[in-house]
Design a protein around this ligand. Sequence first.
Ligand SMILES: [Zn+2]
Length: 387
Amino acid sequence: MKNKPVTRAAAEQGSCPDSAGDSSVSRRNFLKGSLTLGASLALVGLGPVTGANAAFVYPDIRPSQGVTKKLWLSHYMPSLKGTNLDTPVFFFESGKPGATALLIGGTHCSEVAAHTAALCVLENARVEKGRLIVIPYANRSGLSTRDTINNIPRWHGIKSRSGPRYICYGNRRTDPKDQKVPDPEQYVHPSGYVNKKGNEARNLNRCYPGLKDGTPTEQLAYGIIQLVKAEKADFCLDCHEASTPSGKQAPNRKKSGRLAYTLVSHPSGLEIAASAILDLEEDAGITMKLEESRKGFRGLSHLEIGDATDCVSFLSESPNPGQDWDASDAEVINNPKYPFAHRVGLHVRLFLKLAENYELLKDKGLIIKGLPSYGDLMAKGVGAFLN
Ligand SMILES: [Zn+2]
């Protein structure tokens, strides 16, 4: 099942979300949105390729019937239009006043359970009060290149509700071709904060709150901030994965798994985060640590979105064996110790618990239904909850 390219049929299915079947979304408009950019590449049958021809991949997204609107991020940041950093944004609008939640996947495209969790929400949710916005692939450019940490195969087959489907294991950073400028020796964040590694200039989660006329990755971060402001998002969760607690110890590096099972919260969200963690433990038996955003470490979503906007921002980390040191043979989907369903379930259920606690503590309605329980995900597998 590993390293198998997506078929033309699958690529077409992914880029033509007929499966949305939603009367409130005009099919013509949906297709119009989908037929831009890379979708057109997928439709002419290029499919995902590797090596020198590796090009941009249109992710396979099959939204639920609850989606009421689809926009591209370039709606908020026009300079992204026509680039591989533009990305689809999906809305669930209940029509009843309440809170607006934002779920972000695919900030780092190698973190497969994180973007699959966003897909799982996108493909199952029903919103009965308030609004939900999902960006399943925040840095879509990261799908275009292979993982460079452990050279993990790009395509992983799973069985979805409608048949075979392939999950893309991409790269942590923007494709250098899309960044257009070479990596600097060090990445200096607009605040002056210095990242010693120059390639962090292509890491979306080092570039917030972004720059209107910055590098493409800084413009992407700026675009997400514009969306948060324009849509008045009340809270957001940016899903991630990290090395596992049982991973090999890299020489001269911090202990493996330090970040896995962590919820990082902007200072404005600590009470909601603490309650959500307790609820998650009861709901799924998963124990998470709570960390407050560090003020000095600039460019990260949980700090910068919360500082730049009125949105309470969180970031979640699940364990990914593909991010362990020296783990080129890591099984990233069917791993017995860190099953995919466990990792996807962590983000999906945590997001729901954050939404429930936001509603409770801020007294601003937000009711999200239709998401699989942790037990169902573990018993039936993630594919049973993907279209
Ligand atoms: Zn990450």
